[in-house]
Design a protein around this ligand. Structure first.
Ligand code: UDP
Ligand code: MG
Length: 339
């Protein structure tokens, strides 16, 4: 079998109308700015979002396009988007074959983006569109990655605490120093996006991956609001799996810690075995029976550790498996542009 599949098998992982070589084609000038918005069952938010987004963009002194990705919604998101495209010039709909998750949807949007500067945001108005000019300003100053820190974050207490802890832990483990990983209102230069698309990972976390490709990143504070309507698509389990992705996807440290802790436990085991042996020889066989409950407690703990270790190894092996299968992170159904 040929491992070097032709790149044409994955047309959706390249970017269209690349401004870098547009001298070859006399096509319409690509816009300066692409706004990428993943949408999964957001019918209640679409009109509210556009009512605020389009005026902000019209005020900008840059050309723009808005790319909405329908991530396999089961409500009327797609119908509403189709209606809106007739009304708004510069709106692009990317329809995915089914639900692939927020980050895959963002990748699908990236693959259609024609802008030099690309800004991602959520559809639920948690990221106020009025903050977009702040990001554009940083691009103008020459930054190629504009991260964001949520000012007065509007989420549940539990999510805020959990996110603060994981932000710190992830920074430690991965060495990626971002103050806030979770906010999706971010800006990426075309080069950074190209880097991300050329290294498509099945389960990835775009804000973290982007730091790898950036030359001149910056983080700014942006406002954060409550979800306008509808429910968060992230259950506790999905959030947990996202954090796990972040930790195992960007660092080998968990494996190293496993090795260190494993070695320490083995050493401890050896020492206790020697102690028991000595005590057994010293006090005779009766003594050994007394320690049996402690022994079991210790054993249960170790069995627990082993399962944890297996799970962690599984995470890495799973990632390798996904990488080896080399499936695309999303399947594109169709794209409709109103330009
Ligand atoms: N989203 C998506 N696919 C999914 C889940 C979410 O495209 O499978 C989109 C969703 O429509 C929204 C954004 O990703 O625009 C963030 O989702 P959500 O607001 O549910 O996440 P939270 O703000 O709770 O982290
Ligand atoms: Mg949200």
């Amino acid at each position: 079998m040929n491992n070097n599949a032709p790149s044409s098998m994955k047309p959706e992982m390249t970017m269209p109308d690349n401004p870098d070589n547009n001298h070859q084609h006399a096509k319409a000038e690509p816009p300066r700015l692409s706004i990428v918005i993943p949408m999964y069952n957001e019918e209640v938010n679409i009109s509210r979002l556009f009512e605020r987004l389009f005026p902000v963009l019209q005020e900008l002194e840059e050309s723009w396009e808005v790319i909405c990705i329908n991530d396999g919604s089961s409500d009327h998101t797609l119908e509403l988007l189709l209606e809106e495209t007739q009304r708004h010039k510069g709106l692009v709909i990317v329809n995915l074959a089914r639900n692939f998750g927020q980050h895959a949807a963002v990748m699908a949007g990236f693959a259609q983006a024609r802008g030099q500067w690309i800004i991602t945001m959520d559809a639920d108005l948690q990221n106020p569109p009025e903050e977009i000019p702040k990001i554009v300003e940083q691009f103008r100053k020459g930054h190629d990655l504009v991260g964001s820190i949520r000012q007065a974050r509007q989420d549940s207490f539990f999510r805020k605490v959990a996110s603060r802890l994981t932000n710190r832990l992830i920074t430690k483990i991965s060495g990626i120093s971002l103050k806030d990983f979770g906010c999706m209102l971010r800006g990426y230069s075309r080069d950074v996006v190209r880097g991300i698309l050329q290294n498509p990972e099945y389960r990835t976390f775009i804000p973290a991956l982007a730091t790898f490709f950036a030359k001149n990143p910056i983080e700014i504070e942006v406002k954060h609001e409550e979800r306008a309507a509808g429910q968060s698509k992230y259950s506790l389990l999905k959030l947990f799996s996202l954090q796990l992705d972040l930790m195992t996807g960007f660092s080998m440290w968990p494996l190293r810690i496993l090795f260190i802790v494993g070695s320490a436990i083995a050493l401890l085991g050896l020492l206790s075995a020697l102690t028991i042996l000595v005590l057994r020889l010293w006090y005779g066989p009766e003594w050994a029976v007394q320690g049996v409950f402690t022994l079991f407690a210790g054993l249960f703990f170790l069995v627990g550790c082993q399962f944890f270790a297996l799970g962690l190894l599984g995470e890495y092996i799973g990632r390798i498996f996904q990488a080896v299968r080399n499936r695309p992170p999303f399947i594109l159904d169709w794209v409709k542009r109103n330009t």
